[in-house]
Design a protein around this ligand. Structure first.
Ligand code: BDR
Ligand code: CA
Length: 317
């Protein structure tokens, strides 16, 4: 499976990237960076550093520094550390340089070079994807599938993680997310509704450290700050698996159950960043903003134990 990975590394982005790199059927064609967990300088430097550390040779293209419309939310230092990777020895000095093209152009070129076969996995704010759509709307016919980590759809009462209704990636650029979800291409959305059911506990992290080679040990080290945040602020023993769940959904969609229907994003006011799906087939008197839009797939459930086992097994050396 050929994949493009759009990311804002980020501790869980690093966990997802290693998973993708190690998975035997995944062929990573490139990495595009975006602001989010840290500013674009830091997320791009981190992506380049992670490639060197993990032995990834795919190109890295630097992407958007700012959201399309709304002011930036600022870095998530409390969650991911000031350097985005858990406050280890960074800032990282790398020897690799980014691709000459901006991320959105790199996405367009890659989809055009491999029509119909590339899965685009996006685990940060969706600005690069929205810019790619604006530059070349025909890419909607060229992509195999878009898998997004983001959003919270209230399934089982699930709310947001940066406001009562908004998830971080979507709130970081709600206008871009709305453009991506309403475009006529097949999107699967891996939101908090499922990622909060995938808890990586301390024992699992210890196994990654002890059995995952140097890269597994790095993931353990880099995740100490992140896991500390989850313990303090969320009260869970370990962390929720956000970005690696999106990678799992791309590689093993059978682990998820889906709900179809058009999706919109609230782009102003009290509920800014909220993601709302109109269930397929349902018609309302007052849903004109959803009607006549393509159905997208929202993950409604996940076989969490199998996902975690797949992650561990893929990282084991
Ligand atoms: C998402 O926000 C970021 O902090 C994580 O990397 C993940 O992509 C979870 O809400
Ligand atoms: Ca991310």
């Amino acid at each position: 499976m050929k994949l493009l990975f759009d990311t804002d590394p980020g501790v869980d982005d690093a966990m997802a990237l290693l998973f993708l790199h190690r998975h035997p059927t995944a062929q990573l064609l490139g990495i595009t960076t975006v602001f989010g967990n840290a500013d674009i300088e830091v997320t791009t430097r981190n992506a380049l550093h992670l490639c060197e550390r993990f032995g990834i040779t795919a190109p890295v293209a630097r992407g958007a520094a700012l959201p399309l419309v709304r002011p930036p939310r600022g870095a998530a230092s409390e969650v991911h550390g000031d350097d985005g990777l858990g406050n280890l020895e960074g800032p990282w000095a790398g020897t690799r340089a980014p691709d000459a093209r901006p991320a959105h152009r790199f996405i367009v070129d890659t989809l055009r070079a491999h029509p119909g076969v590339v899965t685009l996995v996006a685990v940060g704010p969706l600005t690069n994807l929205a810019l790619a759509l604006a530059e070349d709307p025909a890419i909607t016919t060229l992509v195999r599938r878009v898998v997004v980590m983001g959003g919270a759809f209230g399934i089982g009462g699930q709310g947001g993680n940066v406001s009562p209704v908004a998830e971080a990636n979507i709130l970081s650029d709600p206008h871009a997310a709305d453009a991506v979800f309403t475009a006529p291409w097949p999107v699967t959305i891996v939101g908090l509704d499922v990622t909060h059911r995938v808890l990586m506990d301390h024992a699992c992290f210890e196994r990654l450290r002890d059995q995952g080679g140097a890269e597994g040990a790095f993931i353990w080290q880099a995740s100490r700050h992140y896991v500390g945040f989850y313990g303090r602020a969320v009260g869970v023993p370990g962390c929720y698996v956000h970005d690696a769940s999106a990678v799992a959904c791309a590689l093993r969609p059978d682990l998820f159950s889906l709900r179809a229907g058009p999706v919109r994003v609230v782009d102003q006011g009290l509920a800014i960043g909220q993601t709302i799906q109109r269930t397929a087939g349902r018609r309302y008197a007052h849903a004109a903003d959803w009607d006549d839009l393509p159905d997208q797939q929202v993950c409604a459930d996940v076989r969490a134990d199998e996902l975690l086992a797949l992650y561990e097994q893929t990282l084991r050396r």
